[in-house]
Design a protein around this ligand. Structure first.
Ligand code: 6PG
Length: 242
């Protein structure tokens, strides 16, 4: 039974094809910006993309020297904790060999969730160069997002919509709605929307229910994500029920 899909969703044969399509869109997002800002998602799905970007197939193709890497969320654990998205990204990128350290903007989770969110909020506004985001000048060139089985995205979970709409760019999330059940730090809907392109990467049959609920109009965080620019869903055939 095919899964009802978001408008314009692109279905690819498998997770590897999703990673390759995402890599090409990330490359395209780098064009035209002297200083590129890419917001990474965590979890397991994007790991394959990050490994691809750091691997031989993309050697010499990414303008590493022009890209600044941010995080859409992280777990409030030390960066060397296997649950940390920084840990996952460092492993996948090969410890960022090609990335200038000043271009890695990790969420300072060692400060604790509240202080980390406040500090990251400041980091984002300082990078942007203004206190308020201008709808005509997105903060990010590309935002990567995943879809949780409960319909969450970043660390904005169902039942806590107020967390994502606070006038802040980054917030502390005291309780995660899915494992790992540790406090989180998440970008808000306002920050995530300030993008030339938002790219959802969704793979696996486990996401069919969330996709179906989104299609049915249920008010889920992933459905609240707007984009100042384009919003693209890349799914594999398993998630699409094909
Ligand atoms: C995180 C992610 C989270 C993730 C979804 C989907 O920190 O866990 O940012 O929002 O994207 O939970 O995770 P998977 O892609 O691993 O299914």
């Amino acid at each position: 039974m095919p899964t009802p899909l978001p408008p314009g969703a692109q279905v690819l044969p498998d997770a590897d094809a999703v990673a390759r399509a995402a890599a090409e869109r990330l490359l395209a997002a780098c064009a035209g910006s002297e200083r590129v800002a890419i917001c990474l998602s965590g979890g397991s799905t994007p790991r394959r993309l990050y490994q691809l970007l750091a691997g031989p197939d993309y050697a010499g193709r990414l303008p590493w020297e022009r890209i600044h890497w941010f995080f859409g969320d992280d777990r409030a654990v030390p960066w060397d904790d296997p649950r940390s998205n920084v840990h996952m990204v460092r492993e996948a990128f090969g410890h960022g060999a090609a990335i200038p350290p000043s271009h890695l903007h990790f969420i300072p989770t060692d400060l604790g969730p509240e202080a980390a969110a406040a500090e990251y909020d400041r980091t984002l506004r300082a990078f942007y160069g203004a206190e308020r985001l201008d709808p005509e000048r997105p903060l990010f060139d590309l935002v990567l997002l995943g879809l949780g089985e409960d319909g969450h995205t970043a660390s904005l979970f169902p039942g806590k919509p107020e967390l994502g709409a606070t006038g802040r760019l980054a917030v502390a999330v005291p309780e995660a709605g899915l494992a790992p059940f540790v406090p989180r730090v998440s970008l808000t809907f306002e920050a995530l929307a300030s993008a030339r392109e938002i790219l959802f990467l969704v793979t696996g049959a486990g996401k069919r229910d969330a996709l179906t609920r989104l299609d049915a109009g249920e008010d889920l965080p992933a459905g609240r994500v707007a984009s100042r620019g384009t919003l693209v869903w890349l799914l594999d055939a398993e998630a699409a029920g094909l």
